[in-house]
Ligand binder design. Structure first.
Ligand code: HEM
Length: 126
């Protein structure tokens, strides 16, 4: 039980880290900052997201609540895919500043949705 709570805190911490670091990289992208080329800035998101996902999978198995069984977990997984796709458009693939900005705002909205789903355990938390 204690281990479960510890992993849950790890999961929440890395979820917030992932979102905060995404906002920071979005700002750097808008300013064409050289920070984005730094080695640690390129590596950190992979580390953060790996810990986020491993902790998520641990919680899934330990709690016996599975995506595609529990609606709210399905919503989270699908929203995570949307967040990743929108994130790469916002930071890399978007050709114009307008496209990147729109994708950035949409990715943040999806992130907020994931938090609301996690806290309410409802597919439609609003
Ligand atoms: C595929 C991705 C994910 C899976 C499978 C997953 C799975 C889970 C599971 C099983 C729990 C434990 C619920 C419980 O103890 O009953 C949990 C909690 C939580 N998750 Fe995730 N998660 C994922 C991604 C995310 C992301 C991206 C965020 C943030 C945007 C997030 C935020 C949270 C929060 C805040 C909680 C704690 C909710 C509470 O107070 O009970 N998760 N997650």
């Amino acid at each position: 039980m204690q281990a479960y709570i510890a992993v849950k805190h790890l999961h929440i911490t890395f979820a917030l880290l992932s979102g905060s670091f995404f906002i920071l990289r979005g700002i750097w992208r808008m300013r064409d900052s050289a920070m984005l080329q730094r080695r640690w800035v390129r590596i950190a998101p992979h580390l953060i997201d790996t810990i986020l996902l491993v902790s998520a999978l641990t919680l899934v198995f330990w709690s016996g609540q599975y995506p595609f069984v529990q609606g709210w977990l399905t919503a989270k997984v699908l929203a995570l895919v949307a967040y990743i796709v929108l994130g790469t458009i916002a930071l890399k693939r978007g050709r114009t500043a307008g496209i990147r900005m729109t994708a950035f705002v949409a990715a943040l909205a999806v992130f907020a949705y994931m938090l609301a789903v996690a806290l309410s355990r409802q597919v439609l938390p609003f």
